[in-house]
Structure formats: C-alpha cells, structure tokens
Design a protein around this ligand. Structure first.
Ligand code: G6P
Ligand code: ZN
Length: 544
C-alpha cells in the first residue's frame, strides 16, 4: 500500500456554515472536492499523528463512498486509529458520545442534517473536536483558510474496508475499528434515564407511542432502545430503516415535513405520545394527542421537571438557549434561582458553557434540545427525557403543558420561514432593516411601543470571544419580540426566518392558536421589514 500525494487546486466555496460544509451532492462529486476539504481538516489539526478519530454519517447518498475516501486519507495522514460506525452509520449525538467516551482527538460526521438526500439532494461534512462538540469558529476558520491555499492531498492506495462487519482491520499503518453504532450511545442513555419506569410505561396496554425516524439515522437507535430494550411494541418506530434518499422526504421533524406523524397525532384516536427526529438524529419534535409542543416550551418543561430524571436528580447548574428561542426557559431558571444564558443560533455556542459547568440543559427553537451528557443536541435523548417525565407524572403531554403554563405563564411563539428567497433580496431586506434600527425605539407600531431594536451580539462569558450580527431583534415594552435572521444552513438561495414571541400570564388566555395571538406582531414584522414586497411571497413556506 503506497501513499499517494495528489496535486490539487483550491475551491473557493469551502467555508463551513452554521454546521459544517453543506452542499449539493453534485458539488461534492466534483474532482477532489471532498478530498480538499478533508485534507484541510487534517492540516489544521495539531496532534493528528497517531491520534484516534471517530467517523460516521447519517447514511445519506454518498456516505459510504465518502467514508472510504476519508479512511484512506486518514491512513495516509498518520492517524493512528479510526472508530467507524457499522455500515458507515453514526448519528451526530452518538458520534459526540463516542468521541468523549474514548477521548478521541475528534470526529468527522457526514451529514447535511435535515436537508433532503439522494443524488439530487445535499451532502455535508462537519468536524467535531475532543469535547465531542462542533468545531469552534477558530477551528472552522483555520480549515477554511487552509482550503484556500491547498495544493496537494494525501491518500493511501488501498482497497475498500468492509464497513458492515464489526471488528478491527488494518489500513496501512492505521487501525480501523468498525463499531456497533448504537451500543455506546445506549449505555449512556441507560446511565441517565430510569429505564425501568419507562419500560413500565411503554408496555402499558393503554399507552401508545409513535416515533417517526423519517427513514433517517435515528431508526436503528430508536428501534434498538425503544422496541428492543424498553419493550415498546414492534411498529412503535416508523420509517426506521435509514435510506440514502430518506424515502424522498425531507428529514426535518417539524409540523410540515413530518406530515404522516402529524396526521396520526391529530387524528380521532391519536397515540398518547409522538416524536420525530431529523437526518442525523440531533433534532426532535414532541407531540401529544392533538397537541404540539414547541421546542421552546419543551426546553422549559424538561428544565422544570429535570429532577424527576435520575441523571439530573441533583438539579441543574444553569440553562442556555439560543437568542431566537422563547423566554419560557428563562422563567423556569428564575424560579429555580439558576442562570439562563442567551447565545447566538448554533449549538457550538453552548460548548463553553457546558464545559465550564455553567449550563446543564440547552435548547434551541430549531427543534434542538440537549444537555451536558454530550456536546451536541440529541433527538432520542429528548424523547427519553419526555418518556421519563410522562412515566413519573402519569399525566398527558397536554396536561403537563397546561400545568406548566399555569405556573409560569405562556410564551406564545411561532417561527415563519420564507424559503428559497433570492439571495440579493434577502440580504437587501436585512440591510434595510439594520439601517432602520436606530429610529425604532420609542415608536408606536399598532398597539405596541418599541422598547429596543438591535443586531444581537454575543460575548462568550468563558473565552471572551465576540460574535456580532447574530439576528435583528425588535423588542416591545410588553415583552413581545420579533426577530429576523437569515438561515445559515440552506444550500439554495436564502431562507428568511421570522421569530415571533409574546408573553401571556393569564391562564384564561392560554388556549389560543399562536397564529391568532401573534397576528398583530406578524403584521408589524411585515411593516418593519417589507417581507411580502421584498420576498415576493404572500405567505411563509413553513410555519412552526
Ligand atoms: C443547525 C445547528 C443548530 C442551529 C440550526 C440553525 O441545525 O446544529 O444548532 O440552530 O442549524 O439553522 P439555521 O438554518 O436557522 O441557520
Ligand atoms: Zn441535525
């Protein structure tokens, strides 16, 4: 086996976004495209020589080929050992778990998360560091800088590894271990949750659960843990076999893309509990019978009930949420007398808070919830957390939320997405909005008065790093907020996200449809930002 050094030239577009490098499959299939990026990762890492790396992906189209290439490049670049998930499968949370458990230098995850897959879909690659979390900006910037100067990469000339057979093989001077994709993750879940109580709930004849894995990576994890270990009836997990194109669907657990699940949960005889996860298993959506739990409320409920779960019995150090996530968790934190941190969008911003022991639970409005057990958000963990709470409280999902709102008040919340907006138009909208910000405070819009208007800037309390321009916020004197942000994860055109929130303390007013409660804010948002005019869209493409 010889090491080849291949001459290459830089691609200008290898700048990682919110969550790694995410592009259409056809972009990744250009000659040397994947190789260039992987070499840029390797060149940016100190201590690569002899190191342990973790490798896996969400099973989408191009996963297997990419894994073979990366293994051969790792061997040529002096990596000591790679643990790779069987069949090339490892969910994002499982990768984080394995990195931490075996103190690996880092891990490479092949996924475009919730973006569609298949030859016409998207592919992605992200690097996680030794704490198991997404690479911080200084690392991704170094990778990008390297990619812009790259003139060669190294790859071992060798045959493919059998990814389906568990066990160790040698690739040049590197050891490759094909690992059970679920086992380490399952052991971690068993150390956190009360599996006996959850088993008692899931085997009750009057309790029905439906988990939709959307043909993505959570399938094997959910089937083994929920149906295998916890005794849920076969068929509890739907669409549980990962497919390269996710069955043609959009593996994003929200009310629009998880439509089959939503239909079942909003039927005449719905299951008691419904959940879905995304392409790479880090997102979650939680539903009760005829009831949707917003991700912001889910974080607040988990926080308020955390001590019911063995892993959090001794309480929480703090809570962290992304800026556009509703303030529901802040109210729980205030009652518990703990800190609540507000970070920019992107899980990586939680890493320092978790490492420093300042936050135990974290959550984002984008269907992400997690804790200090790993350094990624974790879809199935959230599902098990909810099951543990349901098992202990013996209430329905809806009753839990109603009690919660009665105690803390309700933060009405909705996100409107305008997808596929022409990029120039979207940037124009944000630029015009920024220009207006200084004049907004004090203005009366509809029945509301603007309290503050700014572009969110975050100073990390641990390392002092500053992240600017993380979303335009307009806050009103009654505590309502409107936030405007451009998505950092799309691959075509731009997506405008509009986040709307208002607070209602009165329990008699907790039963409204959020779109009705937020109608005035929706109108004001259009007035401030000219959304309809500039996007050319009358309605958002997705409302959650
Ligand atoms: C990924 C990250 C999340 C983040 C989300 C934002 O899923 O892992 O932490 O919240 O992207 O996506 P957006 O499209 O709004 O930039
Ligand atoms: Zn994801």
């Amino acid at each position: 086996m010889t090491i080849q050094t291949v001459t290459t030239t830089p691609y200008p577009d290898q700048k990682p976004g919110t969550s790694g490098l995410r592009k259409q499959v056809s972009v990744f299939q250009q000659p040397h495209y994947l190789e260039n990026f992987v070499q840029s990762i390797f060149d940016s890492l100190d201590q690569l020589d002899g190191a342990l790396l973790v490798l896996g992906g969400d099973g989408r189209y191009y996963n297997r080929q990419a894994i073979q290439t990366i293994l051969k490049m790792a061997a040529a670049n002096g990596v000591g050992q790679v643990k790779v998930g069987q069949g090339g499968i490892l969910s994002t949370p499982a990768t984080s778990c394995v990195i931490r458990k075996f103190q690996a230098l880092g891990g490479i995850i092949l996924s475009a998360s919730h973006n569609p897959g298949g030859p016409q879909g998207d592919f992605g690659i992200k690097y996680n560091v030794s704490n198991g979390g997404p690479a911080p900006e200084k690392v991704t910037e170094a990778i990008y800088a390297r990619s812009q100067r790259l003139d060669r990469y190294k790859i071992l000339e060798a045959g493919d590894i059998n990814l389906d057979k568990l066990g160790e093989t040698q690739l040049g001077s590197m050891r490759v271990e094909v690992i059970d994709a679920v086992a380490d993750y399952q052991a971690l879940m068993e150390s956190i949750f009360d599996f006996d109580r959850i088993r008692a709930l899931l085997t009750r004849p009057d309790f029905k659960m439906c988990m939709d894995a959307l043909h993505a990576v959570t399938g094997p994890y959910a089937r083994q843990i929920l149906e295998g270990t916890l005794g849920a009836p076969a068929g509890t997990v739907r669409n549980g076999i990962p497919l390269e194109d996710f069955g043609g669907g959009h593996p994003d657990p929200n009310l629009v893309y998880a439509h089959d699940l939503v239909e079942r949960m909003f039927s005449l005889t719905p299951p008691d509990f419904g959940a879905a996860s995304d392409g790479d298993g880090d997102r979650n959506m939680i539903l009760g019978g005829n009831f949707f739990v917003t991700p912001s409320d889910s974080l607040a409920v988990l926080a308020a009930n955390a001590t019911l779960v063995p892993g959090y019995r001794s309480g929480l150090a703090g809570i962290a949420r992304s800026m556009p996530t509703s303030g529901a968790a802040d109210r729980v934190a205030a009652k518990l007398g703990i800190d609540c941190y507000e970070t920019p969008t992107g899980w990586k911003f939680f890493g320092n808070l978790l490492d420093a022991g300042k936050a135990t639970l974290c959550g984002e409005e984008s269907f992400g919830t997690g804790s200090n057990h790993i350094r990624e958000k974790d879809g199935l963990w959230a599902v098990l957390f909810w099951l543990n709470i349901l098992a202990v409280k013996g209430q329905s999902v809806e009753a839990i939320l109603q009690d919660h709102w009665a105690t803390y008040g309700r933060n009405y919340y909705s996100r409107h997405d305008y997808e596929g907006v022409e990029s120039d138009r979207a940037h124009q909208l944000i630029t015009q909005l920024r220009a207006k910000l200084p004049q907004l405070p004090g203005q009366t819009l509809g029945s509301m008065t603007v309290d503050y208007a700014d572009d969110f800037s975050y100073t990390d309390p641990i390392d002092g790093s500053v992240s600017e321009r993380q979303g335009v916020r307009v806050g009103f004197t009654d505590g309502s907020r409107i936030i405007f942000r451009l998505s950092g994860t799309g691959t075509q055109g731009a997506t405008l996200r509009l986040y709307l929130e208002s607070y209602e303390p009165d329990p008699h007013q907790h039963g409204s449809d959020p779109q009705t409660s937020l109608a005035e804010l929706i109108e004001i948002a259009d007035q401030i930002a000219q959304i309809r005019t500039l996007t050319g869209m009358e309605q958002p493409t997705v409302i959650t």
